[in-house]
Every structure is written in C-alpha cells, then in structure tokens.
Design a protein around this ligand. Sequence first.
Ligand SMILES: Cc1cc2nc3c(=O)[nH]c(=O)nc-3n(C[C@H](O)[C@H](O)[C@H](O)COP(=O)(O)O)c2cc1C
Length: 369
Amino acid sequence: MGATTAGVRLTPQELAFLAGERVARFATVTPGGAPHLVPVCYAVAGADGAVTAVYIALDEKPKRVAPGALRRVRNLAANPAVALLVDRYDDADWGRLAFLRLDGRADILGPDDAEQAAALALLRTKYPQYRVMALEGCPVIRIAPTTARSWGALEQAAAGADDAPPPRALPFPELVRGRRSVRRFRPDPVPRPLVEELIAAAGWAPSPHGRQPWRFAVVTNPATKEALADAMGATWTEQLALDGQDAETVAARLAGSRRRLLGAPVLIVPCLYLADLDRYPDAARQAAEETMAVQSLGAAVQNLLLAAYDRGLDAGWMCAPLFCPDVVRDTLDLAPALIPQAIITVGYAAQDPQRRGRLPVGALIARYD
Ligand SMILES: Cc1cc2nc3c(=O)[nH]c(=O)nc-3n(C[C@H](O)[C@H](O)[C@H](O)COP(=O)(O)O)c2cc1C
C-alpha cells in the first residue's frame, strides 16, 4: 500500500501550528462506513512548505489489544481514507481558537520499512516520553495527506511561550556549574511537556537494583498550592514554636515559605516509593536498603535540576515536606505508599540569585593514593 505522495502545501502558519501542537484526533472509517476517532501523538515530515507524511506510533501506552488488532489498524486495511484534526481551545481567550485538518490516505510501516526508523526518530525528537520507550518493533501509521483545511488564529503562540527563554544547551561543565537555586520566579507557566521532560530525566538516575524507588507529584493549580502552604504552614508553626522562636520570626519565615510556594509556576514533589525494594529479615540491612532509596532520590532530583537548567528553566529545593510527609501526602491525596521528601519549585527565574562559593576540590578529597 505505498502511500507516498508529493504531500500537501501548507502556509508557514499552518506548518508551525501542525508541528507545534502536541495532540491530534485521528479518524478512520469502519468497514460499515462509520467514523472511528482516537486522540494521537504525531510527528510531521516534509520539506519546502509541504507535508509529505504524518506519523503515529502504535506505541506501548496502555492498550487493551495487540497493535495489529486495534480497530484503527483493521479499519485502514479495509479503507485507507483518514483525517487528522489538530485543534486548539482556550477557555480564557476565544481569540486563540484554531484548527487544521488534513485529509488523506494511510498505511502501516513495519519494522522492516526503512521509513519506520526515521518516523520513530521524529516522534522521539518531539516527545521526550518516547525516548524512554522501546519502540523499535512498533508499527507506525503513515498518513499521506492530500488536502488541508484550517481555521482561526493559527499564528498565536501557546500561552506563556512568547517570553520563554530558549534552551541553554550548555556544555556539561557549564551546565553543572550554572545550575543554581532560584527562589523567585516569573509568573510564566511552564508547558506540561517540559515538566514531563524533567521527570523523564529524573527517571534515568541510578537506583538500587534499578527499581526507581521514587515517584513525582506535580502541582500547578493555585488552589492546591494554597492548600499545601496552609497545611505545611500549620505544622511548621508548631515546630518553630517548639524551638522557642518568637511570633514575629515565625510569621516572617512562614510568609517567605508561602510566597515561594505560591510564586512558583510548578511544584514537583519527589516522593520515596519503597514497595519495590528488596526485603531483609534484619533491621540493619533493611535500613541500608532504604538509605539507598534516599540516595537515589537525590540523584534523580539532581538529574531533574540539571535538565531544568538545560531547558532554560530554574529550580529551587525546599526540604519542608521531609518534616511533615503525612501532611503533604494527605493534602495532595497521594497513595499511602508515597513518602514526600521535598518540593522542587520550577519556573523561569525572576532574577539571577546570589551563589554560594564552593570548597576547592582538594578539600573535598578525603584520601587519594
Ligand atoms: C536536601 C536539600 C535540602 C534543601 N532544602 C532547602 C530549603 O528548604 N530551602 C532552601 O532555600 N534551599 C534548600 N536547599 C538548597 C541549598 O540551600 C542550596 O543548594 C545551597 O545553598 C547551594 O546553592 P546553589 O544550589 O545555588 O548552588 C536544599 C538543598 C538540598 C540538597
């Protein structure tokens, strides 16, 4: 079913919209002539203003049946006519609504097709989530578009993207030295794909037996941030009072912590997840196993911090949840097996922070012979 065509010409605005959006609706036709519609991730191939193919991986996201038995695949075998709709809705601003629809024909690329590897490479470039999936044997739907139709404010950039600084893309020595704790952020939102990219980077950290004994809760909703600040604030007030700190100092420290939580566009809460670790009959080895989990959580967070800095973001580390893990778990309605360890605030820096100096390398080496 060779579906290669000269493609369909798009305006620069249409091309940018198609390439920039993250999700599309993909329609096939059942043998009975009924429409069948599913949401899909997709990547675009083309040149000189023309789109020659759009690729959709039949990937390992949870599916009830094997890829070959999916209804959309069976539909294509009977009728290759398809449509792909990419649309943008914005409740706050109907001036930003837009869609682009491609109609065409589709076929399936298997692992033996040379084009399948190129398609997977495009999908992995667009979606960091695909970089950690084993996709090599995975069939790919190739849409060869024949017509395009669009409507609306295609040229409007995604909310918040206008002012976002570009990725820093630094060489490693500069990346590792440049990463800094930032405690004041601009209000610009951080797009979800970027947040997921940071968590994917955390996932590549070393961990005991490769078990990845950590999970990450993400909070962007202002009401949830308020609830978190209130709940942690109540515990902190009690703890500071126990230390004998005066009311004025307690109030000032609480206000500072609250400002940090509410002022960061994204809060990432790394949690220990110990259920998959090895079990030992004696307390000493069990404690060592759990210490390994804590150590690897630190490694995962460092990956996340470096990935954030690499992508033009900044982050700060707040240890407060360590002192009230149950409060944080309850407030965020997290599973009982998760033990919150910190809050990583993420966003675009409002200003460059003051840095602390570092010990000379000689002072860090306890022995070298
Ligand atoms: C486990 C841990 C807990 C931390 N907790 C806090 C915190 O609660 N509040 C804070 O402002 N910074 C916190 N930090 C950040 C450190 O203060 C910061 O990394 C250090 O001062 C060095 O500055 P730099 O990150 O800019 O290099 C924490 C760092 C670590 C590793």
